[in-house]
Design a protein around this ligand. Structure first.
Ligand code: RIB
Length: 312
């Protein structure tokens, strides 16, 4: 299939979400409850936040992107602004809060698995009125996540839908979602953990994921593209489901793989590719991401992705 499924091809992508500072500690294994472990590498400090990562991912893959976010106003906020500036994302939709910036503490083990705790800071201050003046056009794509207030995501999704844009929601971290938001979402992109939380159903097997995805459809979203780690992604619609296996790679840090996937997905859609081909682009972007430490180095350009795939 090579049709433009949802959109007039080549329109703009809006990302509404968080920008954060990531403190990443790599150790042989993740600490157990109450345990202290020593890191095996120097602390890695860099930009993050699911919104920032997805916006950078989109830009690196060569698509036009506008990013609506809120930074802090103190030291970490100034760092976040510098990171936005360096990536060409310090546009008119970037607001500033009196609080300090979002921060994430990330533990990664030697198989690349992670644990993340996010202190939202300024991201919690991104209010519905901060996204009310976004001018969506028919055919645009809105990509949002849940590190900002749900009322803000809902406002953006309703406005985008009313303007004829396609709404893609990466429901991370998972949280109960109001009906108004669920009904405005064209494509939801949970990972298996988020899908389980959103539906209250198990997602241990691909078959479980399909059943839980069908439940999410009943709750109001248009389609589900569920990511299932190294196994790739499953596209679930009312007409059936299709699996898209990922590439086999040696993972060093899975942080941001979902963000890279979402960026690839919406860039494929904006280029007029079929949803299946867009999911494959997302899979390739996610696979590249897990081969790098930290998110920023894991967000590839199209050329990097081509070389990466050819090298496997
Ligand atoms: O998805 C990865 C991101 O989640 C990290 O960059 C961290 O900031 C958290 O928001």
């Amino acid at each position: 299939m090579a049709e433009c499924r949802y959109i007039i091809c080549g329109m703009g992508i809006f990302v509404v979400g968080s920008v954060g500072i990531d403190f990443v500690s790599l150790s042989a294994r993740l600490p157990k409850m109450g345990e202290t472990v020593l890191a095996t590498q120097p602390l890695h400090i860099g930009p993050g936040g699911k919104g920032f990562n997805q916006a950078v991912g989109v830009a690196r893959l060569g698509a036009d992107v506008q990013f609506a976010t809120k930074t802090g106003s103190r030291d970490l906020g100034r760092q976040a602004q510098a990171f936005l500036d360096a990536e060409g994302l310090l546009g008119p939709l970037v607001r500033q809060s009196d609080r300090d910036n979002q921060v994430a503490l990330i533990f990664v083990d030697d198989t690349g698995r992670n644990m993340i705790s996010v202190a939202p800071g300024a991201s919690a201050d991104l209010q519905p009125e901060d996204v009310a003046d976004i001018a969506y056009s028919p055919g645009d794509i809105l990509l949002a996540q849940l590190e900002i207030p749900i009322a803000t995501v809902t406002r953006a999704a309703e406005d985008a839908k009313a303007a004829g844009a396609t709404v893609v929601l990466n429901p991370a971290p998972a949280a109960p979602l109001p009906a108004a938001l669920l009904e405005a979402v064209d494509i939801a992109t949970p990972n298996e953990t988020e899908l389980s939380i959103l539906t209250g159903m198990p997602t241990d097997t691909t078959s479980d994921v399909v059943t839980a995805g069908e439940r999410l459809l009943q709750l109001g979203v248009g389609e589900v593209v569920a990511t299932i780690g190294s196994k790739g992604a499953v596209h679930i619609t009312s007409a059936g489901s299709t699996s898209y296996p990922s590439l086999l790679v040696d993972a060093v840090d899975s942080t941001g793989a979902g963000d890279a996937f979402n960026a690839g997905l919406v860039v494929g859609m904006a280029r007029g590719q079929s949803l299946g081909d867009s999911i494959q682009l997302g899979n390739r972007a996610g696979a590249f991401c897990v081969t790098q430490v930290g998110v920023l180095d894991g967000l590839a350009t199209m050329d990097q992705l081509s070389e990466f795939v050819a090298s496997l």
